[in-house]
Design a protein around this ligand. Structure first.
Ligand code: ARG
Length: 566
């Protein structure tokens, strides 16, 4: 039951305004002021009366339906108090009958959303910036999926470009097969860095590297087999991180996938008359839009990052017919996306402006003394951070609950969950200050706190020997203030999920989970569950079951596991 809608219709009826107009104005006030409030200030012009007078008049005309306890006029507001039993019933009946599906909807039915996320670069470390893209992207993937959209998760691997010519050159000169096999990306990175140092003294090296790139482009077997090896070695390492995060993709079509598709696209840009020469390179001028030109072809005819993105977007539109294609990257790529989105628009693709969305996020600050320890110098490797989180969690578990079964598994789920939760606790664009003490605090607004509350719900239901709560519940028995607050928090979750999708902000869900957990813990403090009996016990257990369901599904949407014991 959507009380806001019902109330809007009531007000519409007595005021003669449209239900939609009213709906947009109805607010959720502070608890003591009721469940919904309608401000009459805007109507004051229409009716030429003081807001307070309008509020009084409208309230007078409203006949209270069963689901409303009372209305109160305060200043220019009419406050509505929903009947507690009706509210309880509407929220809990839904959870009890639909279970985990209570948070789902079908608003996206028949529509496809592509999400381009994670997208690390071959032969380069998977760093903390890629972690942000990975976890935010994964969460959006699940959120949109829960709203019924058909999802395509794309890992747009950085697997093509000048760096590979350099790497081949370095590998052939100084590389060793065994070293590369054993040390993987860190050895490839070492070779790549070495190339740059050497090339400063011997600029000819750059020509050699370009030569290898041309060979790659022309399908040279040796060059391509080396490139393939670099890809395999890197993917092996990336896969370890994805396994830890339990994330997979529907497509791994990276930049190289578009090699044979770009000529036609460059031709098309040319034929639309927007390609011009600049310093030997081919660009699309964007002066009119106050942006630097978008580079399409290098002097030597080589393609660039934007060329590949434009080609990929056209390919995806044709292949998936998306209604939206989202790109999750750090905010420093903002201009890049704005530029090539504009190029597509200038090519005449009207959908580009509305359907392509860049979803930027802020940086991770490692703190003055680099609180994130790393053994590889200045790049913070994700694998190390995740492993450290798990280790630290193990120590905490040893202290708090040494007898726990599956300690290893739980430490993984909690440690990694803590890092993910912290990443998505604030708006994306906010920079993150990485602080282990905060992240792993079981009492703060953290992942472990939410998981702990979940485990508490599970434990209660275990002890009560109920796995599922069904049947008729006397909802009037859970009308006390703290039960009520919990029910509201549970009932609001689906709305928050929708809001998170609309704003591309998973933090809206993590905040709501904190709200659910805090109100659950207050409810639990104020009400005995196992010590109660009969119908009261049944109603309270229904509430515990509701909290359990909401927390588990909310965590899942964030990409976090919910261990039943911890
Ligand atoms: N590989 C790029 C990087 O690491 C991110 C790619 C993002 N996706 C895209 N379609 N441009 O910065």
């Amino acid at each position: 039951m959507d009380f806001k809608m019902l109330i809007s219709e009531l007000i519409a009826e007595v005021s003669g305004r449209s239900a939609e107009e009213i709906y947009n104005a109805v607010e959720v006030p502070k608890a003591a002021m009721g469940d919904y409030a309608f401000p009459c200030f805007k109507l004051s012009r229409v009716f030429r009366k003081a807001p307070a007078a309008i509020a009084a008049e409208l309230a007078e005309k409203i006949t209270l339906p069963e689901y409303l306890e009372k209305t109160e006029v305060v200043g220019g507001y009419i406050n509505f108090f929903v009947n507690k039993t009706a509210l309880n019933k509407s929220v809990l009946d839904k959870i009890l009958s639909e279970g985990k599906d209570y948070i789902r909807s079908n608003e996206g039915e028949g529509k496809t959303v592509c999400i381009d996320y994670s997208s690390p670069n071959i032969a380069k470390p998977f760093h903390i910036g890629h972690l942000r893209s990975t976890v935010i992207g994964n969460s959006l993937y699940r959120i949109y999926g829960a709203l019924g959209y058909n999802m395509v998760g794309i890992n747009h691997l950085g697997d093509w470009g000048t760096q590979f010519g350099k790497l081949i050159s370095a590998y052939k000169r100084w590389g060793d097969e065994k070293e590369v096999e054993e040390k993987g990306i860190s050895e490839l990175t070492r070779l790549y860095v070495l190339f740059h140092t050497k090339a400063e003294e011997e600029p000819e090296l750059n020509d050699e590297a370009r030569g290898y790139l041309v060979k790659m482009q022309n399908g040279d077997e040796e060059a391509l087999s080396l490139w393939n090896r670099f890809v395999d070695i890197s993917m092996r390492e990336f896969q370890r991180v994805y396994d830890m995060l339990d994330i997979s993709f529907d497509s791994y079509a990276g930049e190289s996938f578009y090699n044979d598709k770009m000529t036609a696209v460059v031709e098309e840009i040319k034929s639309k008359g927007i390609l011009e020469e600049s310093d030997g390179a081919q660009v699309v001028n964007l002066d009119e839009y106050k942006m630097p030109p978008c580079l399409i072809l290098r002097r030597d005819g080589g393609t660039l990052y934007p060329t590949r993105d434009i080609t990929a977007a056209l390919y995806r539109k044709k292949t998936y017919n998306f209604s939206k294609c989202l790109y999750v990257t750090a905010v420093d790529q903002k201009l890049h996306f704005a530029q090539w989105f504009k190029v597509l628009e200038l090519m005449g693709y009207d959908w580009a402006a509305a359907e392509l969305v860049h979803i930027p996020f802020g940086l991770v600050n490692l703190g003055a003394e680099g609180k994130l320890s790393t053994r590889t110098g200045h790049v913070v490797l994700m694998e190390e951070v995740l492993n450290e989180a798990v280790e630290k969690t193990k120590t905490i578990i040893e202290e708090k609950n040494p007898g726990l079964e599956n300690k290893e598994e739980v430490a993984k789920e909690v440690g990694i969950g803590a890092v993910i939760f912290d990443d998505m606790f604030n708006g994306r664009i906010k920079n993150i200050a990485f602080d282990w003490n905060k992240i792993l605090n079981f009492e703060g607004e953290t992942g472990p706190y939410v998981q702990y509350t979940y485990a508490r719900c599970c434990s209660l239901l275990r002890k009560a020997e109920v796995s599922e709560v069904t049947g008729n519940i006397d909802y009037s028995l859970i009308a006390d203030e703290s039960s009520q607050a919990l029910i509201k928090a549970l009932g609001d979750l689906p709305k928050k999920i929708k809001e998170a999708a609309d704003k591309y902000e998973p933090y809206i869900i993590s905040r709501q989970l904190i709200e659910v957990c805090q109100s659950f813990n207050r409810f639990y403090r104020d009400n005995s569950v196992l010590g109660s009996e009969g119908e009261v016990r049944k109603a309270r257990l229904a509430l515990v079951y509701g909290a359990k369901t909401a927390i588990k599904e909310g965590l899942w949407l964030l990409g976090i596991k919910a261990p039943e014991r911890m």
